[in-house]
Design a protein around this ligand. Structure first.
Ligand code: NAD
Length: 324
């Protein structure tokens, strides 16, 4: 077992987190991750309304008695979302772990703290990590440029971002972006983190509630198959590099507005990709760690493999590297 301040703080067995993923973070996956001894997150905005989120939390509780949390990503959306009402749904459902992302969680923190919620804030720069620590979050998920979804605008990969953050951040920090195997977990520990957050890796698991075509595409793709959309709007998102993503980038190059590009990048279309397996129907998130993913295990097989190989690596290869 690998025990860290993070596993202690959140009452989990393994220092592995399944972070928020739009359309993917549903009860099937989150409960499987929780039952594997890692920390799963339902994605709040995947549920169309706060009431639907209440129902999803209840459904997840029926599938696991282990701790799990809810992700709330606070970013611009094509159709405005009532973030405050989602927080209310999280609080009155008795959730005790929240992952915030996309924006400073300060406005929502007093309410969550009052409800005894521990907050992990996902951010993409050292300065945002420092601000989040100052406003009182409990842990940081530091997200490097390798990640799927929103990597921020600084383009700093984790080999530098994580130790730079660890130099100044005191609360527990987990590493996010590019993590998919035991080598990543060991590296994250060495770089100053107390666990890893994985998204794309958990998409390619048996329990992920997405079409088999998406899982197989992740397995057959490599680290070069992603694309960065919405760069021109300073809301960069790393997605699978399909024809829709490249069309959106072309339109951005022509100076088109978000209203004009919206129909291409809309999450509603990405949802159809996950449901039907039509990989060119819309954009769908995927990270560079596709280059490290070669199978579709259960969550339990994946988590146990990562932890046991990491232990073996620390006790074996790394320990033996010290000259007698
Ligand atoms: P959506 O369909 O509302 O929007 C599609 C994309 O356009 C999103 O990336 C969104 O941030 C962006 N966008 C919308 N309005 C914008 C504007 N005015 N200016 C600049 N960019 C704009 O989004 P969705 O797919 O339904 O997802 C819902 C939320 O979850 C969004 O905020 C999205 O960014 C977020 N999300 C987060 C992750 C992650 O990595 N944490 C992954 C997927 C989606």
């Amino acid at each position: 077992m690998i025990k860290t301040r993070f596993t202690e703080m959140f009452g989990i067995k393994h220092p592995i987190v399944q972070g928020g993923m739009q359309w993917v973070g549903r009860a099937e996956l989150t409960s499987a991750v929780a039952n594997a001894g890692a920390l799963g997150f339902l994605t709040g905005l995947t549920q169309p309304t706060p009431d639907d989120l209440r129902k999803e939390i209840k459904r997840c509780r029926e599938m696991t008695d282990q701790p799990f949390g809810v992700n709330l990503t606070i970013l611009p959306t094509l159709v405005p979302r009532p973030y405050g009402e989602y927080i209310d749904a999280i609080i009155d459902s008795g959730i005790k772990i929240v992952e915030t992302a996309g924006n400073n969680p300060k406005p929502f923190l007093p309410k969550m703290k009052e409800a005894g919620i521990k907050v992990i804030h996902k951010c993409t720069s050292v300065r945002h990590g420092i601000s989040a620590e100052k406003v009182g979050v409990d842990a940081i998920s530091m997200d490097g440029f390798e990640c799927a979804g929103h990597p921020g605008e600084d383009d700093v990969p984790n080999l530098v971002l994580l130790p730079a953050a660890a130099n100044v951040i005191k609360i527990p920090m987990i590493a996010s972006g590019g993590f998919a195997d035991a080598r990543g977990l060991v590296a994250a520990l060495a770089l100053g983190c107390e666990g890893v957050n994985m998204g794309t890796r958990f998409m390619a698991t048996k329990e992920a509630p997405i079409h088999q075509n998406v899982k197989e595409k992740i397995v057959s793709s490599d680290e070069r198959n992603t694309a960065l959309i919405l760069r021109t709007m300073r809301n960069t998102s790393r997605v699978y590099g399909n024809s829709v993503a490249h069309k959106a980038i072309e339109m951005e190059g022509e100076g088109k507005t978000i209203q004009e590009i919206g129909p291409y990048v809309a999450g509603a279309k990405g949802k159809v990709v996950y449901e039907t397996g039509d990989l060119e129907h819309g954009i769908w998130s995927a990270g560079t760690c596709m280059g490290l993913i070669n199978d579709i295990p259960t969550c339990k097989e994946l988590v146990e493999r990562i932890v046991s190989e990491a232990e073996e690596m620390i006790r074996g290869k790394l320990a033996k590297a010290i000259a007698a």
